[in-house]
Design a protein around this ligand. Structure first.
Ligand SMILES: [Zn+2]
Length: 445
């Protein structure tokens, strides 16, 4: 995208920006000699190794080696995209963005959709407190959602207007068009209809707090129970996450994330001071989300619902996470009793017990061997071989050298092997040397 924007504008923007001023408006910096230093905002540390050079208009961290110019800083620090970064920097430096550029056009179009969704969300939020909609507030109370959460999560209510009047459409053509584009309305046989009626509306926000789409829960037992916004230019069910904006807002540093399945789970956890829960939309975990979450923090704890689908989702999560587990990353799982989700179990047994569930979450390594051993018993060499082949091919996917070493060690113990040479899926049948002499214990990887 970079090359499509006039290079001259970006150059001019960078010339007009003082990176020291920009970064110091976000974090505390101190001058030492020619350069400026700070505690690195991108990794955990106690002594400052994040340096900013006025001369080079460049930042560099001696600890985690992040580096870049003012645009890169905004992208990484604010978690925004390139265009948003240009926009913020232009504002900061008092420069006007060339609107004629096609990429800016696309961006402004997207911004229109955000405006429309933010506006409609405000209407939904007001609806909650209207006398005629008291069924909505009653429902939320019954689910244990307090007023503070309603505000923090911008929860709203879509009333029962099914068809938009021709007169209203005539008067608000542009707005209606954008409501269609953002999935709030749809056209059915020339009638403009409301997609969401008599539903509790959960806005799904991006990291800036703008609304990408909605999750909507019926309060009248309509089918489906939950209805999401359709895929739009700014809403992708497989990419957007519920609650992430609030996690960023209420945590100075995100040490871990608890990944759950439902909106009510996130909010109930939040009300119980667990402010690091997010929800995927449906159980559609995928590589994009896993990479995104591991970029945010090192520890991910998955807590799917206590049903068969939840068990399958946990295993799928483990399998597709393996290529992203370096030695800093920790992956854990919580398995809930049958029929329970975080919201229901917290209501049943209290938050203290749930905190224990978090504390005792099962590490990836335990789940890996438990599941594989359940499928393959080790009663004879053939079965052991099959088990080893599957286990090794999975372990080999992990880039973290230390965790890989220990997993191989556990594997050796399970197989009753003390000396393992070149654990390689292709060579395993020939290369396994079994020795019971402790003196010769040697593990090579
Ligand atoms: Zn750093």
């Amino acid at each position: 995208m970079l090359y499509k924007i006039p290079k001259s504008f970006i150059n001019e923007l960078l010339i007009n920006t003082n990176i020291v001023e920009l970064i110091s408006s976000k974090i505390n910096i101190i001058k030492k000699g020619k350069n400026y230093y700070s505690i690195c905002p991108f990794h955990n540390e106690k002594t400052p190794s994040f340096s900013i050079s006025f001369e080079k208009q460049f930042y560099y961290c001696f600890g985690c080696h992040v580096h870049g110019n003012a645009i890169d800083f905004l992208i990484n620090y604010e978690k925004i995209n390139f265009i948003e970064s240009i926009k913020e920097l232009s504002f900061f430096s008092g420069m006007k963005i060339p609107k004629k550029n096609i990429y800016f056009k696309k961006y402004f179009k997207e911004e229109n959709l955000y405006n429309v969704l933010n506006k409609i969300s405000l209407t939904y939020q007001k609806n909650i407190y209207k006398e005629k909609n008291k069924i909505a507030i009653k429902y939320l109370q019954k689910r244990g959602i307090n007023k503070k959460s309603i505000k923090i999560f911008s929860i709203g209510y879509s009333n029962n207007i099914k068809i938009i009047s021709k007169n209203y459409i005539k008067k608000n053509k542009k707005f209606i068009n954008n409501l269609i584009k953002s999935g709030i309305l749809y056209n059915e046989k020339n009638n403009i209809k409301n997609r969401f009626t008599e539903r509790i509306m959960f806005p799904i926000k991006n990291l800036k707090g703008n609304i990408n789409g909605f999750g909507a829960r019926t309060i009248l037992n309509k089918i489906p129970k939950y209805l999401n916004s359709p895929e739009t230019k700014i809403f992708k069910k497989t990419e957007n996450l519920y609650g992430l904006f609030e996690v960023y807002k209420y945590n100075k540093k995100i040490k871990r994330l608890l990944i759950v399945e439902g909106y009510f789970d996130v909010i109930t956890l939040f009300q119980n001071k667990i402010k690091y829960a997010i929800s995927i939309l449906g159980t559609s975990i995928n590589i994009y989300i896993i990479k995104k979450l591991f970029n945010i923090c090192n520890t991910l704890i998955y807590c799917y619902d206590g049903d068969n689908a939840g068990k399958i989702a946990s295993w799928k999560t483990l399998e597709i996470s393996l290529p992203y587990i370096n030695d800093e990353k920790i992956l854990k799982f919580i398995f809930l009793p049958k029929g329970e989700d975080p919201d229901s179990i917290i209501k049943k047994e209290g938050i203290k017990k749930f905190k224990n569930r978090i504390k005792n979450a099962i590490p990836m390594s335990t789940l890996l061997f438990k599941k594989l051993l359940k499928k393959n018993d080790l009663s004879n060499p053939e079965k052991k071989t099959k088990f080893s082949r599957i286990a090794i091919s999975m372990i080999e996917k992990i880039p973290g050298k230390i965790i890989k070493f220990f997993l191989k060690k556990i594997l050796g113990n399970k197989l009753g092997i003390l000396e393992i040479n070149e654990l390689n899926p292709n060579k395993i049948k020939n290369k396994f040397k079994i020795s019971h002499k402790k003196k010769n214990k040697k593990i090579l990887i």
